[in-house]
Write a protein that binds this ligand. Structure first.
Ligand code: FES
Length: 106
């Protein structure tokens, strides 16, 4: 199983196992990663799951679809490595992915 390393708002690391096909948001929520929020349940309709993907992993992700890109224009503190975690599906190639949770105001 691939792993994902989440870094919470306090800087604590949470390394958890993911199932192929799960979204990164689902992985984090299922493993009770602090501060990670999913208001819309993964429907790309709220942007509460916004997080920062470690720069070294960006080119291994599929680029955002138009809806995600549109939603990202609404997030506080947008960065070049901002993504909606509900839109990143786990693949074997993403084993070791590092995601930093941010405060989205929820
Ligand atoms: S959980 Fe709502 S956009 Fe990701």
């Amino acid at each position: 199983m691939p792993i994902v390393k989440f870094i919470d708002l306090e800087g604590a690391e949470h390394t958890v196992e993911a199932e192929i096909g799960q979204s990164v948001m689902q992985v984090g929520i299922a493993n009770l990663v602090p501060d990670l929020v999913s208001e819309c349940g993964g429907n790309c309709a709220c942007a509460s799951c916004h997080a920062l993907v470690d720069e070294g992993w960006l080119d291994r992700l599929e680029p955002p679809q138009q809806l995600e890109a549109d939603m990202l224009t609404c997030v506080q503190d947008y960065r070049s490595n901002s993504r909606l975690t509900c839109q990143i599906k786990m693949r074997p190639e993403l084993d070791g992915l590092i995601v930093r949770v941010v405060n989205n105001g929820y």
